[in-house]
Design a protein around this ligand. Sequence first.
Ligand code: ATP
Ligand code: MG
Length: 633
Amino acid sequence: MRYEDAYRRSIEEPEAFWAEEARAIHWHTPPQRILDYSNPPFRKWFVGGTTNLCYNAVDRHLETRPDQLALVAVSTETGITRRVTYRELYREVNAFAAALREFGVGRGDRVVIYMPNFAEAVFAILACARIGAIHSVVFGGFAAHNLALRIDDAKPKLLICADAGMRAGKVVRYKPLVDEACAAARSPPPAVLVVRRGLDADLAMQPARDFEYAPLRAKHANARVPVAWLESNEPSYLLYTSGTTGKPKGVQRDVGGYAVAMALSMRTVFDVGAGQTMFTTSDIGWAVGHSYNVYGPLIVGATSLLYEGLPTHPDPGVWWRLCAQYGVRSMFSSPTAIRVLKKQDPAWLKKHDLSALKWLFLAGEPLDEPTARWISEGIGKPVIDNYWQTETGWPVLTLLPGLDLKPQKFGSPGLPNLGYRMRVVNEVTGADAAADEKGVLTIVPPLPPGCLSTIWGDDARFLKGYFGHFRELLYSSLDWAIRDADGYYFILGRTDDVINVAGHRLGTREIEEAVATHGAVAEAAVIGVADELKGQVPVVFATLKDASAGASARRAAAEGMLERVVAMLGAVARPARIYVVDALPKTRSGKLLRRSLAALAQHADPGDLSTLDDPNALEEIKRALARGPEWGG
Ligand code: ATP
Ligand code: MG
């Protein structure tokens, strides 16, 4: 089917379209109504239908593909690979669900999961789904403070953790962080279930609160736990946003709409079906991990490859080796990861047989053209950028190779996905922007199935934060975009990443892109710094591909960057200062922390740094500021 036809139908006849798509999943009782939009912008999809995510991801495949691999959990940190068939997955999930019931966990109870990428994390997620408990996975890289914030918001009945994870060959102990978070939290969970991987020899257990999973698993090895049939709009899980721009929001997902959106996107976007393999390199703590490491691939009966480790260890060819070994059809990663690989010898891209691999999807941050070209040419496969948010749960803007692949435009995540009615509007008037004119990217409600139902426990934040920006009821993505004359979208950064230079509004992202077209630049971050004359001026922080470049090479690169910006964006965007640095501060999800950079550059408090990935990056910025810029004064 042509994309245009499918898209038009999804927008013009949404109920007919989604009624058809709903047939891709198992319903215990079929929906009575496809859409209830009587209380905008809240909407209910598949009203009255009952279903279960675990049933769709596991039980449903027991008859047709019991011995097919459901999950391959590879850890290049521990050296362990776990291959789990659908039959084994069914057993593991039932045992885990039986263990959960021992803690009195049931329908509607929250369970916080704080685990790295290993098989038990997937079992725990699916076990919650099976019994109707609401899981909230917290990214294992978050420290105690972040975990405590999320605990207090979700108020879990149980916290499930691993003893430890590993990163770059070092054991990262999780349990002490859990203890610290529980001590700091106002609503700590009454019980903690620890899955011991044998990584932490000093594991300390608190009597009466902490329990080990192994004895429970043994006890419940043959358990069969009935599926809780949930109404389509009951909550399935909570997932907190990355917190790039402030206090993380507890995105609440439904059951039926999400399952249908997963099935649809696996087919039309990711082009993976039953018996095929998808490799998503995300952490299960992110939206991408939830949707395309766990639910998406399993709901369609595919094999999901889960990875714990670095893209460069034991060597920079490890991901491609896995693609060859497991016949991966679609791979899904992030621009950040590809930029890490880009620093390595490109010969690694050619070492393995990638004949089964059809597509590489990248999402989560802007995909710059040089990175896209480098990887696409290196592996000889189409690279598909897709734009989405934790809130949406699945791609909003993308090309749909599973349906019909439209021509690609570098720098653009493509066209609206099925079911998404997009508008780019003026940030003040809310009027539609013209072609190629910059505005705020919005979605016309009702939001399609799979997107958030609300913010957990905070409908007011849902209404005000997303729908309170324009006179008309529109979901604001809080990102700038343009749509070109061909209907392709380009993301220009976040609406709070705008600087005002002498009355001109400039997106920091546009300047970053211009800087990055300079051949020596690896990555750039641009911020606005207060200026008496102009209001604000752009300041550039950039890393170079050649980390060992000396002082004169760094100065030359900075001058080159300046030329690029002026040539591409005009003198108005001319950076006031350019610093060449060894690292940029990022969140654990790989997003630039521009607000912290801006604060440091203006000698202000960098604010909440709890989502910062590498503290050294901040020190590096402080050193650069003290040393002075490579260009400017
Ligand atoms: P918070 O909302 O708490 O500040 P966050 O927005 O960083 O956190 P996510 O939901 O993980 O949390 O990220 C979604 C954002 O990432 C998008 O709104 C957009 O700014 C950016 N993004 C995602 N994919 C792309 C893409 N393909 N191109 C450009 N930007 C992207
Ligand atoms: Mg966001």
